[in-house]
Design a protein around this ligand. Structure first.
Ligand code: SAH
Length: 269
């Protein structure tokens, strides 16, 4: 289906060396780089994959950014969750269209983008107003106003409690997720899923202890290692460098209350 590029759209420009630039098309603007310039107007009305030449003859190819392209280049306040972990979060938390998800903290909105894009109805708790604002702006920029209606951010501290009830999923990226376990027990519906991203293994240990003493069951912790490969003729091997660590993902399912849950069956009273 033909979908020509329009004024106001976000695009990625790729140069002959594979360098990528995130640009908002503006019919009155020019793109400038060390290789000269060209008018955005040359791209408006074209399809993805079109190429333009700059004033010095350098070639640029245009395409719409993927969610991963945008997350890695969007304006950030807080550190973002990387695409490799975003993919895993969507599956671990079993995000589905219409799922009622509570997310905290919201930070720059990378995880929010993935959740809203997957069709969830997201309520975010974020203590820092400037981050809440940044996340709203990033979600609106990439997903547009219609999808942003499924993303509401409250400037508040999740450690103090959760007002929502009957939530399907809870997705956390904050320093002390174990302080949320008690609130999650009443805010999630039975069968609801809890997922927390934590950079440090000591955070995992403390969280797992809290989960073990709660109505949550089936707790698991995983880390996602993504190793890219260099593929060139007969030289086919892993790249020398990789992002070796981002964070651990801990998930659990609300299957209480005891008695009747798996824990009750294992530990007779
Ligand atoms: N997942 C986000 C990044 C979150 S960074 C992304 O992918 O873009 C962690 C965020 O948690 C910070 O913005 C911080 O302000 C927020 N935060 C820390 N403690 C909090 C609390 N108790 N309640 C709500 N937000 C909190």
């Amino acid at each position: 289906m033909s979908r020509p590029l329009r004024h106001g759209e976000l695009v990625i420009l790729v140069d002959s060396k594979g360098r990528q630039y995130l640009v908002t098309l503006d019919e009155d603007a020019q793109f400038h780089s060390h290789t000269g310039y060209f008018d955005h107007a040359e791209l408006i009305g074209q399809e993805e994959g079109a190429t333009v030449r700059s004033s010095t003859g350098a070639r640029y190819t245009v395409m719409r950014p993927t969610l991963a392209d945008f997350v890695l280049r969007m304006p950030r306040g807080a550190q973002v969750i990387y695409p490799k972990d975003l993919g895993a979060i969507l599956v671990l938390a079993d995000i589905f269209p219409g799922a009622r998800v509570l997310e905290a903290g919201v930070g720059s909105g990378a995880c929010s983008l993935a959740l809203v894009r997957a069709g969830a109805e997201v309520v975010g708790y974020e203590i820092r107003p400037e981050f809440a604002q940044r996340a709203r702006a990033n979600v609106a920029t990439y997903l547009g106003e219609a999808a942003s209606a499924r993303f509401r951010v409250h400037e508040r501290d999740i450690y103090a409690g959760i007002d929502e009830r009957g939530l399907d999923r809870l997705v956390l990226d904050l320093p002390e997720p174990w302080l949320v376990v008690k609130h999650a027990e009443v805010a999630l519906r039975p069968g609801g899923i809890f997922v927390a991203y934590t950079p440090s293994i000591t955070q995992v240990a403390q969280l797992r202890e809290s989960l073990a003493e709660s109505c949550f069951e089936l707790a698991e912790t995983v880390e996602v290692l993504a190793r890219t490969w260099h593929v060139e003729g007969q030289a086919v091997r892993p790249d020398h460098r990789m992002v070796a660590h981002t964070g651990f993902l801990t998930s659990a399912r609300l299957l209480g209350p005891v008695p009747g849950g798996l824990k009750a069956a294992r530990v007779p009273r």
